[in-house]
Design a protein around this ligand. Structure first.
Ligand code: F6R
Length: 603
């Protein structure tokens, strides 16, 4: 969602801001803008609807300075337009502000403090810059006016504020939205994600919720809500610029699909030793072993991975597992067991829906673990424990390698707990070996991508809808496969439990409707084949993804056998490629689907 960048103390502020915004494009946005000042008191505000390239085309050569802030906006309040794009300016043009998040009480604040004030656009953010102006007009310094504004706001925010009368300072604050300060020599930067400023520095300082930071070229001052100065060490971002470049790939999504065998090997390296035993923090293993129920909380693709995780954990640990959508669980919490343990699955570690659940479980004093790809992310900091996915930055909006990494790390975790409980299913399972087999098979499927591209042309070139069906873990993979297909190709796709079709959904099958069957489980293969026959006799154009030992000659994709508990790690790969090629063939932007954001920081 919205992205923020800022720079103070470098001559090429414009270039740094625009490059930073490009690095944040993956988060999803519909408009962008920059404000630059510092040279001979000249200042420039440039905003544009559309892509960063559109913004760039409006930036004339004289737009230069040493200080600036920039923003990509993902519309929440007010439609995407140049008027609603950030930065926003106060009526007297003195204050400039960018914002990520949602101000929940903006109507009330307008009533209370800004009656009769004519605002430019329809955003919740604009209120904030006018409030700073309002409090400054009462005689407060900019810092005090900003603090007073923060004190009356309810909601989530990351802000960067510039006062043109003292453009040697950027004021920054955050609550529930990500924001980092990057440290340089005689300059400092601000960013929603370290990736945006890696070309300038790899030393970053975290900001805690409620803190305010005064950023100058030669240093930063962090204050807690009571005004006490906070001293915090910086950390070195473990990221390489090459990790976030597309290289020779046309799209990040394809690069990330191709990355999966490497990610599996990285997970083996991070979580198992040379004897193949698991290496997981013992406290995590003991706490989960002592629990009577595991609650997996997640959204979207991570939620789909959670269902596969349920199967793995239940089979290997004998502990019951529930999987919940974060956006439902928080507002309708089920009766909990006596000794629950919470696992939060989140690629970004910033998803607001999941975080609101974690806030509640923390208030209840319940133990929690976050599986995330981003160390230092909010969900990682606020849970008791973290296991990193080691997938490397995932930039395409459609999640691929994070899904398989989540399942692989959950498998290692299940194995560690199962071994601790001396569960025979677990003791029989050589996780390091099985994951290395998976890595090799993933690579062979990926090598066949052009075959999949051809099949996609035959099956999906002109359809409006499609179905994935399966049973058990094949159903869970079907849910993920359908999400992937619909979110980027806009084909209306649904994943169904194969046995449920006849209870209603089969009514949607027409002549030529593509139905993809996923068959990797001996127990359910015959039944799913039966369901495929049922839809075929009603006109469906069937496509089967099957494990070699269960395959028939007519199946379209046959995958070598893997350990029965890990089949989702391989059966999902062709479905990722199907979504990729269907999107490419329809001429859409694979990495940046409409209306979607990578890091969903609003509830
Ligand atoms: C779909 C996708 C989303 C995310 C969801 C949760 O491809 O990426 O469904 O999985 O928004 O995001 P995280 O995992 O960052 O919490």
């Amino acid at each position: 969602m919205c992205g923020i960048v800022g720079i103070i103390g470098k001559n090429n502020a414009t270039e740094i801001l625009v490059q930073g915004l490009e690095k944040l494009e993956y988060r999803g946005y519909d408009s962008a803008g920059i404000f630059v000042t510092g040279n001979d008191n000249q200042d420039y505000l440039v905003k544009s609807l559309g892509r960063i390239a559109d913004l760039q085309s409006q930036i004339s050569p004289e737009v230069q300075g040493t200080v600036g802030i920039g923003h990509t906006r993902w519309a929440t309040h007010g439609k995407p337009s140049e008027r609603n794009a950030h930065p926003h300016t106060s009526s007297n043009q003195r204050f400039i502000l960018v914002h990520n998040g949602v101000i929940e009480n903006f109507e009330e604040l307008k009533q209370e403090f800004l009656q009769g004030k004519q605002l430019n656009g329809e955003t919740d953010t604009e209120i904030v810059v006018h409030l700073v102006e309002h409090f400054a007009a009462e005689g407060l310094s900019t810092k005090e006016a900003f603090k007073k504004t923060l004190a009356v706001i309810n909601g989530s925010y990351a802000f960067a504020l510039i006062d043109k009368r003292d453009a040697e300072t950027i004021y920054v604050a955050k609550n529930k939205s990500p924001l980092l300060i990057g440290l340089g020599e005689d300059f400092n930067v601000i960013c929603s994600d370290a990736m945006a400023m890696l070309s300038e520095t790899n030393h970053f300082v975290e900001i805690a919720d409620g803190e305010m930071v005064t950023v100058k070229a030669d240093g930063i001052t962090i204050e807690d809500p009571k005004g006490n100065t906070v001293y915090r060490e910086s950390y070195e971002a473990q990221l390489d610029l090459s990790d976030i470049e597309k290289g020779t790939y046309p799209y990040y999504m394809l690069k990330e699909i191709d990355d999966q065998p490497t990610v599996m090997r990285r997970i083996i390296q991070a979580y198992t030793n040379s004897q193949g035993d698991t290496i997981i923090n013992n406290e995590i293993v003991e706490q989960i072993t002592a629990s009577d129920r595991i609650y997996i909380i997640a959204c979207g693709t991570s939620y789909n991975a959670g269902w596969v995780g349920k199967t793995l954990l239940e089979r290997m640990t004998n502990i019951p597992v529930e999987v919940h959508l974060s956006s439902e669980f928080g507002y309708n919490m089920p009766l909990l067991s006596e000794k629950p343990f919470f696992i939060f699955l989140s690629q970004s570690g910033e998803t607001a829906d999941s975080r609101q659940v974690l806030v509640q479980t923390n208030e209840l004093g319940l133990p929690s673990l976050t599986l995330t790809n981003v160390s230092g992310s909010t969900l990682s900091r606020e849970a008791d424990y973290t296991l990193l996915l080691h997938a490397g930055p995932e930039i395409a909006v459609a999640s691929t390698k994070a899904y398989t990494a989540q399942i692989a790390v959950l498998a290692v975790l299940a194995k560690a707990i199962g071994d601790n409980k001396k569960n025979p299913v677990s003791l029989d399972f050589d996780i390091a070996h099985e994951l290395s087999v998976i890595a090799a098979i993933m690579a062979t499927i990926i090598d066949e991508k052009m075959v999949i591209s051809q099949l996609v042309e035959d099956y999906l070139s002109d359809t409006r809808n499609a179905f994935y069906i399966g049973r058990g873990v094949d159903y869970y993979v079907s849910m993920e496969a359908a999400l992937k297909l619909k979110e980027i190709s806009y084909i209306q796709a649904e994943g169904f439990a194969a046995g449920e079709l006849k209870h209603g959904t089969i009514a949607l099958i027409e002549e030529g409707t593509p139905v993809f069957g996923v068959i990797t489980d001996k127990k359910t293969a015959a039944h799913t084949r039966g369901n495929l026959k049922e839809v075929e006799s009603r006109g469906a154009h069937n496509f089967v993804i099957a494990l070699a030992s269960l395959a028939k000659e007519t199946d379209q994709i046959v995958i070598p056998d893997v350990h029965p508990l890990l089949t989702p790690l391989v059966s999902v790969v062709p479905t990722q490629l199907i979504a990729y090629f269907a999107t490419l063939q329809r001429g859409y932007d694979v990495d940046k689907p409409r209306n979607l954001a990578k890091s969903v920081t609003v509830e």
